[in-house]
Design a protein around this ligand. Sequence first.
Ligand SMILES: NC(=O)c1ccc[n+]([C@@H]2O[C@H](COP(=O)([O-])OP(=O)(O)OC[C@H]3O[C@@H](n4cnc5c(N)ncnc54)[C@H](O)[C@@H]3O)[C@@H](O)[C@H]2O)c1
Length: 309
Amino acid sequence: MWSGLCHLVRARFGLGESVKLRRNRIGQTLPTRRGPRLQPATHPTVVFPRLALTGAAGGLGRELRRRLKPHCRLLRLSDRADLGLAAEGEELVTASLEDAAAVHGLLHGVDALVHLGGVSTEQPWSDILPANIVGVYNVYEAARKQGVKRIVLASSNHVTGFYRQDEVIDTRAPARPDGLYGVSKAFAENLSRFYFDRYGIETACLRIGSSFEKPRDRRMLSTWLSFDDLERLVVAALTSPVVGHTIVFGASDNRSSWWDNRLAAHLGYRPQDTSEVSRAAVEAAQPKLDTRDPAVIYQGGAFVRAGGS
Ligand SMILES: NC(=O)c1ccc[n+]([C@@H]2O[C@H](COP(=O)([O-])OP(=O)(O)OC[C@H]3O[C@@H](n4cnc5c(N)ncnc54)[C@H](O)[C@@H]3O)[C@@H](O)[C@H]2O)c1
């Protein structure tokens, strides 16, 4: 597998056989320090023959449905919820993630997958287990068997929600999930790491902050990811020449940020929006914060006190 990866990297970067390659801490394949440096991706226009998108009926799925279409000839959309009618160049697959056979069929003949499907908030374990644990396992097993080589995985900032809002963390910081939902996303990140190390399936884990049309409260001034920046991030993760296994925080260029993305610079993601344009309106709507409230102390916000019995 290693020699195959080296061959791929040499071919993509036009490097001769004499250039020695190494694997770095996050699993990227790079030239040795004495060799030429790889530049951050410039994102050549890649048109995938066949892309798949799970969770396509959800909030972000509906946004990405139209935004990913120019990047592929065929977009296979899946959800357990209604997806409406197929437009030209779309295929619709109604499937539950816990249905292994359906997930295997979904990934048949696919070049890359954007995996958004699953439970997206703190919910009882009985909901999280089939969708976010069994479901993500089905996705990676299907990718392995169907030969899908790259996955863009919707993870979440709730993997690290129990860090404080006065801390800045990067992706070396150990997981501190703020609930069972965050635990399930940490599982997905670890599972994807295993499938890269063992099988060479590349994954970009996007720890999405708060992706909505506008920031809705003060916390989102730090965590907001505009839909345009979400698209930039997903496209960067799909088209970056080398992803290996990379974790990246999904946020716009917000002035107050808790996340340092320098370890994911090779993806070439450049946010162009900022929550600053909404600051005055958000602060007027929410003038005071209770600084003793755990939702104000921790990065996960209200998720740190959601769920439980
Ligand atoms: N929106 C955000 O700000 C945000 C923040 C962090 C992480 N995320 C992650 O991004 C992804 C998309 O988020 P969203 O806001 O669009 O969520 P959403 O809840 O609107 O959409 C999730 C979709 O997954 C589908 N789904 C759920 N369980 C399923 C199952 N068992 N089988 C098949 N389909 C199933 C749902 O029907 C839904 O359409 C999720 O994985 C979420 O955890 C989103």
